[in-house]
Design a binder for this molecule. Sequence first.
Ligand SMILES: [Ca+2]
Ligand SMILES: [Ca+2]
Ligand SMILES: [Ca+2]
Length: 193
Amino acid sequence: MKLIIFVTLCQCLINLSFAGDGYCYTKWMNGRWVSVGDCDNPSAEDVLKKLRENVAKKEEIKTWYRASNGLYYKLFNDPVTYATAKSNCQNRGGDLASVGIRNPTVFNGEILPMIKSVEVDTWIGLDDIQQEGAFVWADGVTLSDQDSFWSTDQPDDHKNQEDCVHLSHLKKWKFNDNHCSTSNRYICEIKLN
Ligand SMILES: [Ca+2]
Ligand SMILES: [Ca+2]
Ligand SMILES: [Ca+2]
């Protein structure tokens, strides 16, 4: 009897694992092991895996260019739509570049030399998707006249279809609004804590 209680106790301890807000454990029922308790939440193993992934992501960001404003930048050369560019940056923990673009020192001295290496248009984090004519930076700041570097006659919302902003290589890297579905390369910006 004592032996049975001991074995059962050991099995419980072995199978008991902390998961989310509660406990998830396996129990021998009707001839098979079944999961009992709070088993919907991620296991401790999953949480650890996620933590390791985050550390690896952070290490990767540290290989990016660190600008004088303390933020990290990387230019991605695969041509994608504005939405894809944005989500690719967000998946890495940042967004399309905004803070550094409206900082003349960082923009002219650090970002432009990076972008000028190849003459291709580049998405930045600026659009008027939410409200026509009201341009908002990726970090939520409203575009002001002070940080507007539009090329001549832009933004023109050509055919009422241009809501996403890129740096135009044909227009001396000034801003141009374009179709968001156009494929351009893009520059991400990330703040590491
Ligand atoms: Ca529009
Ligand atoms: Ca527009
Ligand atoms: Ca335009």
